[in-house]
Design a protein around this ligand. Structure first.
Ligand code: COI
Length: 365
């Protein structure tokens, strides 16, 4: 039976003037949270129950809760967009729902049907419609997640699990806004290995990326690029987003999602949009040597990061350690024609300014 995530009556809401005040400034990313959250509990032998939308509030966490010890947790990220007529739309929520199922499988968490995932996301968006910004490049960032909620220290899958969805207004992910970012290529740290959790959207992947992110900041970069764990010679993905390169020959290339790379929704959308701009979408391994030589020769004039949070963020340079110091491979044309055209097309579809020929957007309010 499907879940309904009904709104608990009488939940308090923030005064419209206060919401207007928050939305009038750049909300940043992941700082503000809206008034409601969706909740459901899964119990082994019973299934999902107690689904509801209630007031955003702290959880009671038992110090023995398994998630605090063994990190059995997954999450998603998607956005709601306010169109010029005031209506509110989700972008490809079924892709996030399907990935949530795959992540749950990998982390041995229970399956939440795609329909239930979308109901929860829609219910929170409707309850917090007042929090969906109307300003350029701003949206409601929605964060569904699921975690082991059983107090038990034996290493096994939890028999009680919480699903929740929270949300909040968001602007640009990077402090620098839409400006191109410098990327640090780490060969010290790895994000994922064969048979690991690289393709799952689980908190542990992000926890293990933090030290590499710190390494990137120490080298003056805004993000880290991981290479393959075995040889450190093939591009994988960035700390929290996928990577693309544009070649002089008109190819738009990204590494294949071979089990170590997250199957990004933005990544998939870009691959589908590419032919509209005369670009040939190609999923194939990219050698670090090819990247550095291609940038030096001009064969790779553009590169960008992409994700729900990052949208499409141009890359200015890849910085890497060589010859006892830092070297820069600087892109000839960071916010070049291909990057700009793909970004414009994507955000125009998301904000309802361009025809949605793929049927990617769903009206929720
Ligand atoms: C997203 O793009 O939604 C992400 O999940 C990336 C990051 C903020 C963790």
């Amino acid at each position: 039976m499907s879940l309904s995530f009904d709104l608990v009556p009488g939940t308090p809401v923030t005064a419209p003037e206060e919401i207007a005040r928050v939305l009038s400034q750049d909300p940043g990313f992941g700082i503000h949270f809206s008034d409601h959250m969706a909740l459901a509990t899964w119990t082994d032998g019973i299934g999902w129950h107690d689904d509801q939308v209630t007031a955003y509030a702290p959880f009671q966490v038992d110090p023995g809760d398994a998630v605090l010890h063994y990190a059995q947790e997954i999450f998603e990220g998607l956005k709601a967009y306010r169109h010029a007529d005031g209506s509110i739309w989700l972008f490809r929520p079924e892709k996030n729902a399907q990935r949530f199922i795959r992540s749950a499988e990998r982390m041995d968490l229970p399956r939440l049907e795609a329909e239930d995932f979308i109901t929860a996301v829609t219910a929170v968006t409707r309850a917090d419609a007042a929090w969906v910004p109307g300003a350029e490049e701003q949206s409601l960032y929605i964060r569904p997640f699921m975690f082991a909620a059983e107090s038990f220290l034996g290493v096994r899958s939890a028999k009680t699990v919480t699903f929740a969805t929270i949300a909040g207004p968001a602007g640009a992910y990077f402090k620098t806004g839409l400006s191109p970012v410098d990327i640090w290529v780490t060969t010290t740290w790895s994000r994922a290995g064969d048979g690991g959790t690289g393709a799952a959207k689980c908190g542990g992947n992000y926890a293990s990326s933090l030290i590499a992110g710190k390494e990137a900041y120490a080298h003056g970069c805004g993000q880290v690029l991981f290479t393959d764990a075995a040889t450190h010679s093939w591009l994988e993905e960035l700390g929290g987003m996928n990577v693309f390169i544009v070649t002089q020959a008109g190819e738009l290339v990204t590494p294949p999602t071979s089990g170590t790379i997250l199957d990004g929704v933005t990544r998939d959308s870009i691959l589908q949009l590419a032919p509209r701009f005369g670009l040939k979408p190609v999923e194939r391994p990219i050698a670090l040597a090819e990247l550095l030589e291609g940038i030096a020769s001009g064969a790779i004039p553009e590169a960008f990061a992409c994700g729900t949070a990052a949208v499409i963020t141009p890359i200015s340079a890849f910085r890497y350690a060589a010859d006892g110091g830092d070297q820069d491979a600087t892109l000839a044309n960071p916010f070049g024609q291909a990057t700009a055209a793909l970004r414009r097309q994507l955000v125009d579809i998301q904000w309802g300014r361009a025809a949605d020929e793929f049927g990617w957007t769903t009206r929720v309010a």
